[in-house]
Design a protein around this ligand. Structure first.
Ligand SMILES: Nc1ncnc2c1ncn2[C@@H]1O[C@H](COP(=O)(O)OP(=O)(O)O)[C@@H](O)[C@H]1O
Ligand SMILES: [Mg+2]
Length: 263
């Protein structure tokens, strides 16, 4: 089991689009994937897929349902743990609530190959919490300078607060491939200067493509709407690259649960 967090400093850079389509690409390769929708913002995973899961994490926190019962199976084979606004409460649980959820998390997550967190923009405690819980973290930027500055702030704060030392960078909405590499070099340079402890790896670049917006309007993944578009091909390459990276040991579930109890 691998735990991936997808975040960005700035909002509207494509986190939810990436999460949904990455989950689909990975599950098409036979991986069992669950998406944890922890975005407190508007464009949530369920909206993007045109679904409305009847239950969410708040029922679990109230003790009315188990985590397994609130899991939502999408038509695309991956599952969702709806949390959105309830995810804020997860950062403020007492010990007995944490213990109760720990057992349920273990039961649900041990069957998965990938858990992907879709996180809010910004550098709030909620954002840092989910970045800390994940073993692998994708930060998304776009070619806009503000997005780069905000990603830098996120990485710096995550290092200062939780000693998080490694991130993948994905550049979204590029005009051409080499724009992505250039942005990676820029961020690498600033980090090297001010937060040299952090390691940033390049995951790739996705082109700007109108299909992404169209797919959101139609509430289906862009991989389904435009399977042959270059954005879809690049997304599949990213999924492949992630599958190839050897996971950080086979005890990621244990590490996750330990972290869960420690915060
Ligand atoms: N590669 C892309 N090409 C064109 N538009 C994109 C791309 N990625 C995201 N978008 C657009 O950006 C907006 C925000 O995407 P979304 O996935 O909701 O971002 P976030 O979750 O970071 O807020 C959407 O309108 C979407 O259509
Ligand atoms: Mg989003």
């Amino acid at each position: 089991m691998r735990v991936l967090a997808v975040s960005s400093g700035k909002g509207g850079v494509g986190k939810t689009s990436l999460v949904v389509n990455l989950a689909l690409a990975l599950s098409e390769e036979g991986e069992k994937v669950v998406v944890f929708d922890a975005d407190l913002g508007l464009a949530n995973v369920d909206v993007m897929l045109g679904i409305s899961p009847p239950l969410d994490i708040r029922y679990v926190l109230k003790g009315e349902k188990s985590l397994k019962e609130i899991l939502y199976k999408t038509e695309y084979n991956f599952e969702i743990i709806p949390a959105s606004s309830g995810s804020l409460e997860l950062t403020q649980l007492n010990l007995s609530q944490k213990l109760l959820l720990k057992a349920q998390l273990e039961e649900v997550l041990k069957k998965q190959d990938f858990v992907i967190f879709d996180i809010s923009a910004g550098i709030s405690e909620n954002v840092l919490f989910f970045n800390f819980l994940a073993e692998e973290r994708i930060v998304i930027v776009t070619p806009e300078p503000t997005s780069l500055a905000d990603a830098y702030a996120l990485i710096k704060v995550a290092f200062k607060k939780y000693k998080i030392r490694d991130f993948y960078l994905l550049v979204n909405m590029v005009k051409e491939d080499k724009e992505g590499k250039k942005i990676y070099q820029q961020l690498l340079y600033v980090l090297g200067k001010f937060v040299p402890e952090v390691k940033l790896s390049y995951l790739g670049a996705l082109p700007f493509d109108e299909c992404v917006g169209k797919a959101i309007k139609l509430q289906i993944p862009f991989l389904k709407l435009c399977p042959l578009a270059s954005v879809s091909q690049k997304l599949r390459e990213v999924a492949l690259k992630l599958r190839k990276v050897s996971p950080k040991g086979d005890n990621q579930l244990e590490v996750f649960l330990e972290k869960w109890m420690s915060v």
